[in-house]
Design a protein around this ligand. Sequence first.
Ligand code: ADP
Ligand code: MG
Length: 580
Amino acid sequence: MTRIFNDPADFADEALAGFCDAHSDLVRQVEGGAVRRGRPSTPKVAVVTGGGSGHYPAFAGIIGPGFADGAVVGNIFTSPSTQQAYSVAKAANSGAGVVFTYGNYAGDVMNFGMASERLNAEGIATENVLVTDDIASASPAEIEKRRGIAGDFVVFKVMGAAAEAGLDLASVVRVGRKANDATRTIGTAFSGCTFPGAEQPLFRLPKGKMGLGLGIHGEPGLFDTELPTAVELGQELVRRVLAETPASGATRLAVILNGLGSTKHEELFVLWRTVAPLLREAGYTLVMPEVGELVTSLDMAGASLTLTWLDDELEQYWTAPALTPAYRRGAVGFEASSAVYTEADPDHVAEADYSSTAESRAYAAHCLQALDTTAALLRDSESMLGDMDAIAGDGDHGRGMVRGSAAALDAAREAFELGAGAGSLLAAAGDAWADKAGGTSGVLWGAGLRALGERLGDAETPTPAALAESVRAFAERLSSLGKAEIGDKTMMDALLPFAASLEDRVGSGTAVEEAWSAAAADATAAAGATAELRPLKGRARPLAEKSIGTPDPGATSLAMVFTAVGPHFTAVPVPAAANN
Ligand code: ADP
Ligand code: MG
C-alpha cells in the first residue's frame, strides 16, 4: 500500500521534487528529470539512465561522481517521453557525447531512440545501451528480447565508472554492452505493488504462494509455486542463474541480492546465507556484493538475484568509487558543486507561428471536437483500460491514455486560438500527447497524430480519399516506430484493419461517414479478436499465457477512440467533384 500522497496523479513529480531538494548537494532538477549538481571541468561522456518512477534508488538515486550524470524520470512505471530524454541529455552533456542506458522496454526504446536521433542531428553524439538481464523474460535463443531488471544497476555502475575514468563514447558503450552480456537476473515476488491512490495491488498471489520470474513493473511472476523456505529459495535462485552461465569462464562475480520494495534487509541477509556459500562452492569469488534495495517496484515484496561474470576491466569499474544520494562506495574526490556549476543552455521554445486557410480553420474546429470527445471517452474508460493492461502488462494504459489525450486537447485548444489549421493543430496535439502520456502507447499515439496532421496540412478540407490517406500515414508511422505486425497483439491489430477498410470503402464510393463507421466496426471486431492472440510485442510478451482470453488494451482503446471521433473527422460535407 502506498499511503503518503496528495493527488495520486502528481505522485511521481512530487517525489522527484522532494528527492532533488533533499539531495541538492549532489543533484539538481531539470525539465524531465535530474542531473549532477556539478558539471565536470573537462568534458566527459554523460551517462544518462532512465525509465519510469517507482524503482528508487533507480534511477535518480544513483546520480553522482562515479555513477550516472543524469536520470530521465517518467511517471510511475511509465517510459519518459522523447522530450524529457532530450532535455535531460542536453543538461547532462558536457561536450563528450551522451549514452542513454535503460532496461529493454518498448516505450523506453522508442523514446530514448527518438531523443537520440534529435541529439545526433544537433551534433551531440548519442548512443544507447539496453539492459536485458532478466532470464525469465525470454529464452536464451531470444536473449535480445529480455527485459532489464536489477541488472540495470551493475551495467549503469560500470558505465558510470568508465565514463568517470575518461573513456570516450565508443568505449563506454563497449564496456556497457560487455557488462550487460555478462549479467543475468532471476526474480521472485511474494505480493504485488499498489499504485498511489489505487485500492488494489496490480496482482495478488494466493496465500502461501510465490511468483517466480517477476518483472519490476508489478508484472506478476511467470508461474506460481509453493512458498519455499529461505534455503530452498536461495537454492532455486542460484540454480536458475547458474544454469545460464556465460561461456567466458570468468570466476569472479559481482552479486546483487535485491529487495523489491517491502522485503526487509534482514530477510535478504537470511537468504544471502544460502546464496553466498552456494556461489563459493561453485568456485566463484564474490566481488563487493550488494545486499539491499537497488532496483525496486514500489511496495512489492520480493527479491532478485543478479550475477555479473567479471573480467579485469569490468571488475575495475564495478569496484571503482562512487558518491550518489543512494549509493556510496570508497572515497571519491569531487569538485565542490557551486564552484563548477554552470546552468545548462536553456532550451528556447519558439512561439508557434501558424498560417492556414479559412477552410482548414473550419476543419480544425472539428478536429478539436474530436480531441475533446477522445479525452472525455478515455477519462470514462481509465479504470477499464488499466485493469485490462494489468492482466499481462503493467496497468498503466488507462492513466497514460488519459494524460496523453488531456494534454493533446490542451495543446490543440492553444493552437486553435493561435490560428492553427487542422494539420498543425493535430501535430501540436500529437507532440503534447507523446510528451505527457509516456509509455509505449503514448509515443505511438503522439507520433501518429503528428503524421496524420502533416498529411492533412493546413490548406484544404480533406476529400474522403485524402482523409483515408491521412489515416494511412498515422498507421505507417506507428508501423515504422513500433515494428509490430498484424497478429502481434498490439494496437496495430485494430489500426491496420481500420485503415484498410476505410481506404477500400472510400475507394469504392461509399459515403465517407458510412465508410468511417463501417471501418470502425471492423476495428472493434478486430480488437475483440485479439483476445485469442499471444502478445509478441511490448510489456505483455513475457506473460503471453496470462494474456490469452483478454483483448489487447491498446487495440481496445484505439477502436473505441476511432469509433467515437468518426462524426467529427467526417463532418465536413465534401463536394462531389472533390470526391476522388
Ligand atoms: P506500456 O506497454 O509502455 O506500459 P501502455 O500500457 O500505455 O504502454 O500501452 C500498451 C499497449 O501498447 C499495448 O496494449 C499495445 O497495444 C501497444 N504496443 C506495445 N508495443 C507496441 C508496438 N511495438 N507497436 C504497436 N503497439 C504496441
Ligand atoms: Mg502498460
